[in-house]
Design a protein around this ligand. Sequence first.
Ligand SMILES: *[C@@H]1O[C@H](CO)[C@@H](O)[C@H](O)[C@H]1NC(C)=O
Ligand SMILES: *[C@@H]1O[C@H](CO)[C@@H](O)[C@H](O)[C@H]1NC(C)=O
Length: 230
Amino acid sequence: MKMQSNHDSLFIMLATLYSVLVLSSSQDFDFFYLVQEWPGSHCDTEQGCCYPTTGKPASDFGIHGLWPNYNDGSYPSNCNSSNSFDASKISDLISRMQLEWPTLSCPSKDGLKFWGHEWKKHGTCAESILDQHAYFETTLKLKNKINLLHALEGAGIQPNGQMYSLESITSAIQVASGYTPRIQCNNDTSGNSQLHEISLCVDSMASDFIECPVLPNGRSCGSSVEFPSF
Ligand SMILES: *[C@@H]1O[C@H](CO)[C@@H](O)[C@H](O)[C@H]1NC(C)=O
Ligand SMILES: *[C@@H]1O[C@H](CO)[C@@H](O)[C@H](O)[C@H]1NC(C)=O
């Protein structure tokens, strides 16, 4: 009987060890992109924009999303359709989200559809570490750790409709934050390349910024980029 129970406890110990190792090594994703958008570049396009029903957003970068990503550049999406967006879970965050995570799609909306889309497509893929409230709260917290507009303005890069070198934009963020950003551009109505989105990478616990494991360089940006006013 003594032997038997030793066997049992050894088995339980090994099974526990195995599940701990497997659980901690099998990751749903490798890191996050924190993606922020310049509203002026959303609006200054062929399709234009519509201000949220809550009013014109501040002249500042707004959150697009916090996106789980793999080191190979691909990403998971729509990971759990049962975990649907529930605005009542984030009622304490809504007023901050209206300011810092504004929707600009047409027709004008209050933001819930945009946030619901971000949760469904990206947030559900990180539900192992962030529940719905934590997903939105953490994203707001990360945005506020690094002020992108201050970083650019500190280097003399202002949203005034002028052209700036892509290199100077990248370098301004690098100097201010310590991390290399991913810059994405779109085209204004006259076809000028303009500063649209800036992404920084965040570790897999969503706790702090990291250097990006994978960084497609300046996708769709010209070497010279317009920074439109808003
Ligand atoms: C999906 O979401 C539901 C509802 O929140 C939850 O009960 C379930 O555990 C989730 N599924 C997975 C695989 O995590
Ligand atoms: C911007 O316009 C150029 C051509 O003028 C085109 O090659 C490029 O794909 C456009 N970029 C976007 C993001 O639409």
